[in-house]
Design a protein. Structure first.
Length: 129
């Protein structure tokens, strides 16, 4: 199947269920994201999107569906950095829940570590080649 048949051309957002959106916004802004959307919808709900400055794909910090909780998940989201050691140190100093050590498995796997956001969702940081 080609993308011309479906019209799908790119990925724009990954949605993470988030109970406390203000806490999540502060967390993501604290690690370099910028809030680009914060709009009320459906009564008492807000649609919030955060992006890294050079990224077209963002994270939607949305409330979970009615009757459900924001269960922590391994998101599969991978962020890249030019200096894994500096990023790990910055996250640690900022109080981010990061892995104690950077994983270094050798070529072709880049150095990496995991961190958890305020909802307990896991994201990965890898060093770009």
């Amino acid at each position: 199947m080609s993308t011309t048949a479906t019209g799908i051309r790119r990925m724009s957002l990954v949605c993470l269920p988030t109970e406390d959106q203000d806490k999540a916004i502060a967390f993501y802004e604290g690690i370099g994201f910028e809030k680009r959307t914060d709009t009320p919808f459906g009564g008492d709900y807000r649609w919030v999107e955060v992006y890294l400055p050079e990224s077209e794909t963002g994270i939607a910090l949305a409330p979970p569906p009615p009757g459900k909780e924001a269960t922590p998940a391994e998101t599969g989201i991978t962020l890249t950095t030019a200096d894994i050691d500096a990023t790990h140190a910055e996250f640690s100093a900022a109080g981010v829940d990061v892995d104690a050590e950077i994983m270094r498995m050798g070529e072709p796997v880049p150095p990496m570590f995991w961190f958890r956001d305020t909802s307990g969702h896991s994201l990965m940081v890898v060093e770009e080649a």
